[in-house]
Design a protein around this ligand. Sequence first.
Ligand SMILES: NC(=O)c1ccc[n+]([C@@H]2O[C@H](COP(=O)([O-])OP(=O)(O)OC[C@H]3O[C@@H](n4cnc5c(N)ncnc54)[C@H](OP(=O)(O)O)[C@@H]3O)[C@@H](O)[C@H]2O)c1
Length: 341
Amino acid sequence: MLTDIERRALRRALEIAADDAVPLGPNPRVGCVLLSPGGGVLAEGHHRGAGTAHAEADALARASAPLTGATAVVTLEPCTHVGRTGPCAEALIDAGVSRVVIARRDPNPVAAGGVDRLRSAGVDVELDVPEELATAAQRLNRGWEHGVRHQRPLVTAKLALTLDGRAAAADGTSRWITGEIARAEVHELRATSDVVLVGSGTARADRPTLTARREDGGLHPRQPLRAVMGTGRFPALSTPEGSGEAITLATHDPSVALEDLHARGRRHVLLEGGPTLTAAFLRAGCLDELIVHLAPTLLGAGSPGLGDLGITTIADRLDLDLVEVTPLPPDLRLTLRPRAA
Ligand SMILES: NC(=O)c1ccc[n+]([C@@H]2O[C@H](COP(=O)([O-])OP(=O)(O)OC[C@H]3O[C@@H](n4cnc5c(N)ncnc54)[C@H](OP(=O)(O)O)[C@@H]3O)[C@@H](O)[C@H]2O)c1
């Protein structure tokens, strides 16, 4: 059980870990708050990306008072491996920390083992954190965790659809199918992914910038890598000052594209269509989550929201699990996942 002070410290550790200035991959985002035996905050620290100090080392370096009997509240299990920095579990033990609160176990086999190491040194380890905070810790690094488990980035596809399942009108126009709230959410999704990907057909039809913008139209401080997939010609993405790098993935194979993005240290891809590319990812089993913005409007004709999946009979349909339905007036957001076979 956590004390109220530890619960507050964990909320704070999650907040500093999510700092907009910290890149999303290939390292996890981690926060640490050090508490004195009396519950006062001794220091805070967070990891700022590959090659920088881990959150625990950052906090330890900032603490001026002795740490004997202190509590470390961390968003991710302290590591036990020697990488560019030393093992954090060891650093906490050496500093005299006597209790460690951990929101999330480390899924990375190379780094895991912190809990056992701390316990073997007599440190009291608390893993029973409130569900809401455990979920926040999991969501903070879901792209990174996916990369550790599957060696490829997490792929979230976002579709804006009319009630009759159209992604564009017969003349190719699709702006705008959804309302302002749904469109603002797309920019949040872009800022919390580290790649925005479209097919070359969308690049040709829409000439999108694929930047993450705030409501006032200014650029979000965190910009995704912008990628267009295809082998044909398409106009270069316009690149306003402050936007992320733009690349071409000259392939039709989703696995090859994801391998390339993984090698670039990217861990969460927001696939923004169009219908042909989204279908290709589904067919290849490379789509992990689907966010549909469903608008209460009809077109009756125009391009379908999804290209051919190669399904010819109802028994072969691709079922999805509906995870959540959220109103984004006047639209609805449906969050879905392909059903595990
Ligand atoms: N409502 C929405 O959410 C939404 C979102 C995006 C787009 N749209 C609309 O969708 C329309 C464009 O649709 P689209 O289907 O042409 O766009 P698309 O899926 O973005 O692009 C299709 C093109 O991507 C390339 N490609 C890359 N990987 C592929 C693969 N595995 N299989 C086949 N082709 C691959 C091919 O071009 P190459 O010859 O270059 O290889 C193909 O012609 C536009 O009207 C746009 O406004 C709607």
